[in-house]
Design a protein around this ligand. Sequence first.
Ligand code: C5P
Length: 237
Amino acid sequence: MSSLTPYWLLMPAAGTGSRFGGPIPKQHLPLADATVLEYSLRPFLTDSLCRGVVLAMAEGDERRSALRATLPPSVCFVDGGAERVDSVLAALDALKGLAADEEWVLVHDAVRPCLAASDLKRLLQAGQTSADGALLAAPVADTLKRGGDDGSVASTVPRAGLWRALTPQMFRIGALRRALLLARQGGRVPTDEAEAMEWQGARPLLVAAGQSNIKITTVDDLPLAAAILIARTGGAP
Ligand code: C5P
């Protein structure tokens, strides 16, 4: 088997979690024996291929000092921005002078605490062979309906060929920076990093992920995430 490429990890964690409703941003909520964000970081902190971690947090996030105390001192903290793309750009800036444009960077949501080591490995294996990078993704399994203004079904959307984009997403540092900067200069806000790359004509590889890499979006997701983590370790979180 070919050896896996080293990479840098960027984690946008500057969201305010307004969709979640509560006063605490969802990445800081407790889950099993740590926070959602700490679980999202764990696979990378223990991976010898990870050359460094940059964490983008909201300016004035009072949990920053507590995290500094618990995370390895090598983790670099930066201020995030108004949109996710701004947070990722700020994190990329921290790599200037540290990492070459040709090196790989992975971007992983702070609200995906259940990334399996096998999915990370599969992404790296496939991604390092792709000129345009790669992302974990899941084929759409449910039947899709487009809703009409009155709340009824307007149409059924064929699901063949449709995927849900997950993270981590993996790109060459220089190519990602260029794509995100061009998006911002054009006044466009990509939903994920892959979309900004696509706007530049890139075709990132879709790498099928397991079902466990869930995104914490509502309170209902927390017990599910805890159950996944506990099951994975055979009972202990
Ligand atoms: O908004 P959404 O829930 O999709 O956020 C995905 C990730 O992007 C989260 O980890 C969130 O903290 C991060 N984010 C960010 N800066 C923003 C908005 C979101 O780092 N301005």
